[in-house]
Design a binder for this molecule. Structure first.
Ligand code: AMP
Length: 284
């Protein structure tokens, strides 16, 4: 059974106990509404570490006004059952009041990797993500923290924060879990109507087209982008961005010589979806 810990203070006390036993701790931060993508991170944590700790917190700081903070799906009891099935040892939740007192005024800002892609559409998003992850790391004090490649830019930013600010932990980035038809699992997929869900497949198809061109020998980034763009537009979806970037620095590329990422964001109906694929390697 997965133990439910009521808030960061209780979680921190449980971590003290685990540390006193000499157990290693794997940590998976989430916003809940869990699916197989999240559970794959929990399983990775159990493989690498003695204990797997999950947090569920819908972080207001990473949502801009007008985004889906209020309607973001929440299902704590369902989440707890899924976590138990994945072997999670304990889960903790937090309230906005516990995380952010009224006079909260300190933030973590990264100003290179966060300036592009998602950061252009959502200028305060990564400040919110890094600030909450920093706070959650102080609670969980993990040996290894697990993030999904699904949010590749976020995962790279967290790795950068950990390096730059000297957090004593490792960031492990795990592969994207997809439905059988290729759609990347996301808590936001529940917003999609059947027709929108069918159109949403054009994101993963566009990435597959770029990968097919790459596997066929194409190394020109503009050509790789063009192959992906044709596919996504054939699916009736207009990308917000569709880029080929260096897989470490997210810098734009003219030619793909090292490992690269193809990253796409698009709105399908009212739902904003993101997806990506690595070229020239399997993982980040
Ligand atoms: P979220 O609850 O959306 O904040 O996601 C929590 C963690 O799960 C993040 O590290 C995500 O990148 C990861 N994640 C979300 N969807 C997937 C997926 N389809 N495959 C792998 N990891 C995922």
């Amino acid at each position: 059974m997965t133990e439910a810990l009521d808030g960061p203070t209780a979680a921190s006390a449980r971590v003290d106990g685990w540390r006193a036993e000499g157990a290693t701790i794997g940590f998976v931060p989430t916003m809940g509404a869990l699916h197989e993508g999240h559970l794959s991170l929990v399983r990775a944590a159990k493989r690498r570490c003695d204990r797997a700790l999950v947090s569920i917190f819908v972080n207001p700081l990473q949502f801009a006004p007008g985004e889906d903070l209020d309607r973001y799906p929440r299902d704590f009891e369902g989440d707890r059952e899924k976590l138990a099935s994945a072997g999670c040892d304990a889960v903790f939740t937090a309230t906005p009041e516990e995380m952010y007192p009224d006079d909260f005024s300190t933030y973590v800002v990264e100003d290179r990797l966060s300036a592009t892609l998602e950061g252009e559409s959502r200028p305060t998003h990564f400040r919110g993500v890094l600030t909450v992850v920093c706070k959650l790391f102080h609670v969980a004090r993990p040996d290894v923290a697990f993030f999904g490649q699904k949010d590749a830019q976020q995962a790279l930013l967290i790795r950068r924060m950990v390096r730059d600010l000297g957090f004593p932990l490792e960031v492990s980035i795990e592969p994207i879990v997809r439905d059988a038809d290729g759609l990347a699992l996301s808590s936001r997929n529940v917003y999609l109507s059947p027709d929108e869900r069918a159109r949403a497949l054009s994101l993963s198809r566009a990435l597959a087209a770029a990968r097919a061109a790459f596997d066929g020998g194409e190394r020109d980034a503009a050509e790789l982008r063009a192959a992906a763009r044709r596919t996504i537009e054939e699916g009736g979806v207009e990308p917000e961005y569709l880029e080929v970037r260096d897989a470490g620095t997210l810098a734009p590329l003219e030619r793909v010589t090292e490992r690269a990422l193809v990253l796409v964001a698009a709105r399908v109906g009212k739902t904003r979806l993101i997806d990506n694929a690595v070229l020239g390697g399997d993982a980040l």
